[in-house]
Design a protein around this ligand. Sequence first.
Ligand code: ZN
Ligand code: ZN
Length: 483
Amino acid sequence: MAFVDPALQHAYDGQRLYVDAAATLNSLRSAPQKSAHGFEIVCLGVGGGPLETDCSCYAIKTWGTSWLDSYVVIEGGSWLGGMSRVLELQASHQCAGFGDLALSSSPPSSANVSNLSGWTSKASSSSVSSKVGYLASRAEAFLISHAHLDHTYGLILASAVTSPPKPVYALESPLAAFEGIFGTGVWPSVVRREQSPEFARGVDAGTKPARTAQIHNAAADTGVGYVLRALQPRRPQSLTKEISVLAFELSHGLCAAACNGEGSGSANILAADHPHTTSGPHERLRSTAFFLTNVATGQNLLLFGDVETDRLSRTDLNYQVWMHASEAICQGRLSTIMIECSFDSSQPEELLFGHMNPAGLYEELKVLARLVAIRANTEHASRWDGALQTHALSRPTEMNDDHTAKRGAKALQGLIVVVTHVKASISPAKRPSADDFGAEHAPLEVGPHDMRDQIFRELLALEEKFGLGVRFVMAVQGMKIDC
Ligand SMILES: [Zn+2]
Ligand SMILES: [Zn+2]
């Protein structure tokens, strides 16, 4: 099999990815329409379990600013532990991590002193844990796509040491689930709700971001780690002075009465005759896709929480995200999408538990490609709706056959798709027997093995077949992404 991009294949060659990731992604960030910088991202954790040391968590700041000024965190699976691990990897030059924020014991250069104000005295010569504490204190806000522990575990643990309280944003359903963890015997009650005044009034339905609600009354916040603020779907809101967010609902499988694990893939079958069910015995589990906007440059980043295909969910929730994404791509405001692919193709579809496999992910990208192609061929925005009608594409499933996919060929040329949330396999490749422990036998392959290799190859094979122009990058803990 010929690889689409030898440079990327080289980048994803075992541990070298840690070293090469920043350079690779910088070299790839020149999507054709792209005209301005957007964000810098450090992957503090990229997996979907079961390894608690590498679960979903991404630190994100606007491009060119300092990590010591302000940033936001999306997902909190391996929050402080993930940051600690990344700083250790960075100190031994195994990942790009926080880049120029020199985390060695030597003082910063004079040229960087202004940016590193406070860092030297508090952290540069101290332990990793104190560096983590100092850097973590600069996080201004958290976003969570849903409340599963691989997205919230680190955040929950850190709640006891987070002071003053920081805002945690999520759509109402996942926020309520997150809130439910606290004060129930699982973890102390160290959160409180806060409603944005704008949302309470039900105004600001336009495109202007609502103002961030103010944290009130410091005395009332004693012992409070997080202030919980509900986002409203498809309504932009400011997270910081530099970053706003637009949240879209996603489907993450169905949560049956005896819901266990992440969603319920088998429950999809049970609900096949009731595709739009959102309540009842097989309630749909909501997750979230976030469009972040760099307020100064207008550049976007699209990051998905856990998600399944529209075909399996029988909804058009992803389609609505792609509609928005296609517009941003055509306007040169979106060059990078971070999206999950939890399993390789050996996982039966009925056991995806509300997640993606390579075929499902590529199926969704075909929909995006077709939408981009239609927009690109539609000169005037006013004709956009008509074009959709003409192509009879109001039903997402019609976007997915090979014929329509070919019409979207190369439509996503240069788009970087960072693949996240791969489930680590902890099953031994071969079950050991008594004989296997003899000294003359070759060592067994035991312990966690990385499914990323297989998923990457399967995605490249699909790209080679259909040629959408996508460049796949497998996320790794410690990777730095500029977009
Ligand atoms: Zn997850
Ligand atoms: Zn999940």
